[in-house]
Design a protein around this ligand. Structure first.
Ligand code: SRM
Ligand code: SF4
Length: 515
């Protein structure tokens, strides 16, 4: 590992904190923190280092922490879901959960004093929250229909689990990959519809045949941030599935981490994502350095990849690869859940399916393995009145980041506002096709505004001489085949004027008519 303090490079604040004491070093202190309480904690431990364990201090709700888990490929069991629900249930109204834009689950309202017990509960069901925040690899995303999609090219489940095991040392914490210059996102797609947003991941593996053999082409450097948004670019590398994906990921992480200091990535956090290293070296040198790390040459990319379809949202009833079974996508409005909902979804998965629940990057759930002769009864379950399998067009494709209710970066409230607007516009307009609206509370773009047909990014605006909550409007984001980022079209629209702006836009650009 690089010893940052020995060089003359001007380290940024977070690097200094890491050099003083690494995030994983507080593992043995978690019980002590739980005993003394967050108010008595050192600020760097509280605000920065706890994130190595997925524990996020929320300045908006001090004392009520957010716990970000790791759900590789977004797949978990009804038993795990019940554990998540039990954890938040004890916090009453404060306890809630969110499905994230990386197929992951975050728990809210958590008290620090309960962390040791919560970690035991999670460990007992095989879930970890380690390295889910700060300068770590985030949740590994993969095809949400892996292993059940009749048209899939590759089942990504085991590979993503292996990647997580490598990166986190099977949930125990791994110093080798947890002092990156910045966060890093990895996605593996085994389907044809780019279900994982390859274009905005730092490392994306997309299906491609080379000389008739299945494998992945590798894209590098995609990311969104307040300073810059970059689409991923080809590394001109093709790998076989499984071991070569793991080896290559490890080599890239090492190259990124080990050169972070000498290449200046540890100075300015605004210029520290993987793409900055690629910019500095050029892809050719980047590729060579990765080969050196691997100790072998890499294959050149396959000429063509297999991303040939528009992105699916998986809602509704779909036949599985396994004859006689269906998977059912249910819509969870803006991905927000309370404990009782989670108990109920766990029950559905158990009595109708095989107990599995799958999260999508659209912040919804899929329940697989429902026997076809049970589908009708499944659909008559009362909870499906709220979690529809066929919601109205705008509500259906709404994505939203956390926003000001819990996130201190937010410039606007997102989830409630976004949902209300979508429902009102759905009621007033006939909209021929889905329109994907992505809300994000600030330029960090966790809600991926640039990926939406319409993207709305929180900002400040002026109305009647007053500073009010507003949005910057993005248009033209394309996902799936030929994915590309949308562009900023209009700045600082006051949220109070947004409904009329969206209505005009839907009528003029998306073929909507008034009811
Ligand atoms: Fe994010 C920081 C929430 C996906 C770009 N993100 C944050 C923090 C941790 C800020 C904070 O401390 O409050 C937010 C926590 C709020 C909370 O209480 O929930 C936060 N990000 C989220 C989630 C929960 C949004 C959601 O509602 O789904 C997503 C969690 C994913 C996960 O399971 O790990 C989430 N964040 C994303 C994505 C989308 C993606 O990965 O596809 C992006 C853009 C893609 C990317 O990273 O390139 C994203 N988040 C950021 C950034 C900007 C990164 C940068 O390079 O500047 C920040 C700020 C930072 O890291 O300094 C950030
Ligand atoms: Fe918070 Fe901004 Fe991310 Fe939304 S986009 S969760 S407001 S950091």
């Amino acid at each position: 590992m690089t010893v940052a303090t020995e060089t003359k490079v001007k380290l940024n604040k977070i690097e200094k904190i890491k050099a003083e004491k690494h995030g994983l070093d507080i593992k043995e202190e978690l019980t002590k923190f739980a005993e003394i309480g967050w108010e008595a904690m050192n600020e760097d431990d509280l605000i920065v280092r706890l994130k190595w364990f997925g524990i996020f201090f929320r300045p908006v709700t001090p004392g009520k922490f957010m716990l970000r888990l790791r759900i590789p490929n977004g797949i978990f069991t009804s038993e795990q879901m019940r554990t998540f629900a039990e954890i938040i249930d004890r916090y009453g109204e404060d306890g809630s959960a969110d499905i994230t834009t990386r197929q992951n689950i975050q728990l809210r309202g958590v008290h620090l004093q309960d962390i040791p017990e919560i970690f035991q509960q999670l460990e007992a069901v095989g879930i970890t929250s380690i390295q889910s925040g700060m300068d770590n690899v985030r949740n590994l995303t993969g095809s949400p229909t892996a292993g059940i999609d009749p048209d899939e090219l590759f089942d990504t489940r085991e590979l993503n689990q292996k990647l997580q095991d490598l990166i986190t040392n099977k949930g125990q914490g791994n110093y080798e990959f947890s002092n990156l210059p910045r966060k890093l996102n990895i996605a593996v797609d085994g389907a044809r519809d780019n279900s994982i947003h390859a274009e905005i991941n730092d490392i994306a593996f997309i299906p491609a045949f080379k000389d008739g053999e299945f494998g992945f082409n590798v894209l590098i450097g995609g990311y969104l941030s307040a300073q810059r948004c970059a689409e991923s670019i080809p590394m001109d590398v093709w790998v076989h599935p499984n071991d070569e994906v793991i080896e290559l990921s490890a080599a890239i992480l090492s190259v990124y981490s080990e050169n972070g200091l000498t290449e200046g990535l540890r100075e300015n956090r605004g210029k520290s994502r993987l793409m900055w290293l690629v910019d500095k070296w050029g892809m050719n040198r980047f590729r060579i350095e990765v080969e050196k790390k691997l100790g072998k040459s890499l294959y050149f990319a396959a000429l063509q990849d297999e991303i040939t379809l528009e992105k699916r949202d998986h809602l509704g009833v779909h036949p599985q690869k396994q004859e006689g079974y269906s998977y059912i996508g249910i819509h969870i409005p803006v991905g927000h859940l309370m404990a009782q909902d989670m108990f109920e979804i766990a029950r559905l998965a158990e009595i109708y399916g095989n107990g599995e629940i799958r999260a999508t990057v659209e912040q919804n759930f899929i329940i697989p393995f429902v026997p076809n002769d049970k589908v009708e009864t499944f659909l008559s379950e009362p909870i499906l009145q709220r979690y529809s399998i066929n919601p109205t067009p705008l509500t259906r494709s709404l994505i939203s980041c956390t926003g000001s209710r819990y996130c201190n970066f937010a410039l606007v409230e997102t989830k409630q506002r976004g949902l209300q607007l979508a429902q009102e516009l759905d009621a007033e307009l006939n909209i021929p096709d889905r329109v994907r609206i992505h809300w994000t509370g600030c330029p960090n773009s966790c809600g991926q505004a640039q990926a939406g047909d319409i993207g709305l990014m929180g900002t400040k605006a002026k109305k009647d001489g007053q500073v009010v909550e507003g949005v910057n409007l993005f248009l033209g984001g394309k996902v799936g085949k030929d994915a590309h980022l949308g562009e900023l079209k209009e700045k600082s629209i006051p949220c109070d004027d947004l409904k009329i702006v969206l209505k005009d836009l839907l009528i003029n650009e998306f073929g909507a008519t008034t009811k």
